[in-house]
Write a protein that binds this ligand. Sequence first.
Ligand SMILES: *[C@@H]1O[C@H](CO)[C@@H](O)[C@H](O)[C@H]1NC(C)=O
Ligand SMILES: *[C@@H]1O[C@H](CO)[C@@H](O)[C@H](O)[C@H]1NC(C)=O
Ligand SMILES: *[C@@H]1O[C@H](CO)[C@@H](O)[C@H](O)[C@H]1NC(C)=O
Length: 604
Amino acid sequence: MRCLFYWMLVTVSLIEVNARLQKTFYRSFKCQNHKCSRTLRPLAEPPRIGTSLEVLEEHSTLAACRLVCDPFAALWPIPTGLTTLGNKYTEIHPYQFKFVTSAIPEEVKSFVDEVTGIFTHNLQSFCDSEYLAKNGTSIAVTLSVDSSDLTLDWLTIESYSLDLRFDDSGSKGEARLTAQTVYGLRHGLETLLQLTAPVIMQGGIRGLVIITSANIKDAPEFVHRGLSLDTSRNFVTVPDILRTIDGLSSCKMNVLHWHVTDSQSFPIEIKRVPAMTQYGAYSQAKIYSTEDVKLILKYGKARGVRVIPELDMPAHSGAGWEWGEEAGLGRLGVCIGSQPWQEFCIQPPCGQLNPTNANLYNVLREIYKDIIDLWGPSEIFHMGGDEVFIPCWNSTKEITDAMLSRGLGQEVDDFLQLWSEFQASLLNVVNEERGKAGGRNVSTILWSSYLTSPEVIEKYLDKNRYVIQTWVESSSPIPRQLLNLGYQIIVSTKNTWYLDHGFWGNTKYHTWRDVYKNRIPKTDKVLGGEVASWGEYVDSGSLDPRLWPRTAAVAERLWSNPIRMSTAKVEPRLHGHRDRLTIRGINSDAMAPEWCAQHDAECQ
Ligand SMILES: *[C@@H]1O[C@H](CO)[C@@H](O)[C@H](O)[C@H]1NC(C)=O
Ligand SMILES: *[C@@H]1O[C@H](CO)[C@@H](O)[C@H](O)[C@H]1NC(C)=O
Ligand SMILES: *[C@@H]1O[C@H](CO)[C@@H](O)[C@H](O)[C@H]1NC(C)=O
């Protein structure tokens, strides 16, 4: 009885307390010592938007707070050149950006229109459709580009400079964006986009603000900043690939290395050799048609992302290669599906091309004619070249007999010789076809392997024809050794930049911090690096969180390559970029409890 009485008393008094408390609050964000943290405001007193040029203490969104509170305005990646940023912002509407393109060469005008269209589209995604323009504000963005060349490769100059200022009333803005190429211009627009932030307007509508002064000079540290995406172990849909390109472009990554085939499936349509997908695709639905490929390439280019295809060979080739004998061409691949697989390959199902079958090169020629039709005659290709399993070739009488008849034995060196001849023949075939299509001879990228080991590489692979993509641990001396021999390299650090690690065997998951801290050698011969998404344990269901935000961490490593920047310092900015990715429809993995994102530096 007494118990019930007390219970009633407490309940009644809580009801009174509840009545006295505010019912709803704005979450707003205060900037102190370059750190944003959440605070509450009564609903009746929303934080003001900076309509005039004043320094605000409190902001209606975390993004707006970061824009003026973070020393780098939450830019991701941070610029490498001289950068000065203001600490005020003004309200703006996407339609109030006016692009002046009179200094754009005629040949690239339509490309630039596409690029500004993408900018406006991305900007619109920051605010609600009901958001109305504040009258009288506008910003004229004067674009200028020197080059009329649309080539995107390792020689493309991606630098830009951006100068932004508003008049004292905060209503007339002027931006000058200058670049040598359209790709530098595109990066500059990505930066300009990052100088805006969503804010909460009256009625809870998402509006937009832009920083009122900025002066930025920027250029990447590495020319090759990529993601390697495996679409063979598990199929990745075209929309997934396009969304991934959106993510890459948001942080100025410029390469999607498309590891399109492997021994498990051959999902790319080859019009001249339809048997490849007829035999090799997981299903009719899991094929990249020629139209799909064209779309992906065009989509990438407009976003500054070069798509480099890899049909992995001579190992990692099984699916799609089964039909040779039936077609009267002999065995194009050997050990296909052999069991016990451990005796014939590194991962099931087995399959390795048969370099001693002359018909193979005719089929490869037809395949690459299609690839050249799609990619153009002068684009570089990745030709795989990893994990050739000597016991497979050594157990195939047809191959060892052919080797014997040419005076080769069965020692490791003999197989390396055979393998290197395969690579050279393939490259010659491709370069011949490039020539016929009006292109020039181009080198090729190969994964590191026994063939590329520093002790033997010079015997087998010409340094002017092969770029080596190393996939060794950060402690390995191999990248340095290859550099010392004069080879150009791309670095995919096997522990930290392998996004599949932590999902199989005893591999270890590496957080975005490990990814960020991984530094690669910096010399003229280091083209850059790639983070790698191997496809065994990832498909559409898990792709985004597997890639993001870790790929963004690599992006800043490769664009800015900061030397003295602790991950603790970087974290709020990366939270900010993660939020931008979310707005663009990319589902990044969580980095921390949201509380930590809302309270800079309090979770370290
Ligand atoms: C902007 O100004 C025009 C005319 O001055 C007016 O008709 C219009 O309603 C205004 N728009 C807003 C959103 O205030
Ligand atoms: C190839 O197989 C033969 C036996 O058939 C063996 O003697 C030789 O060592 C093998 N070569 C390699 C490189 O393993
Ligand atoms: C290009 O490569 C082909 C095939 O390897 C070769 O025959 C030709 O001489 C090369 N051309 C040049 C200009 O190097």
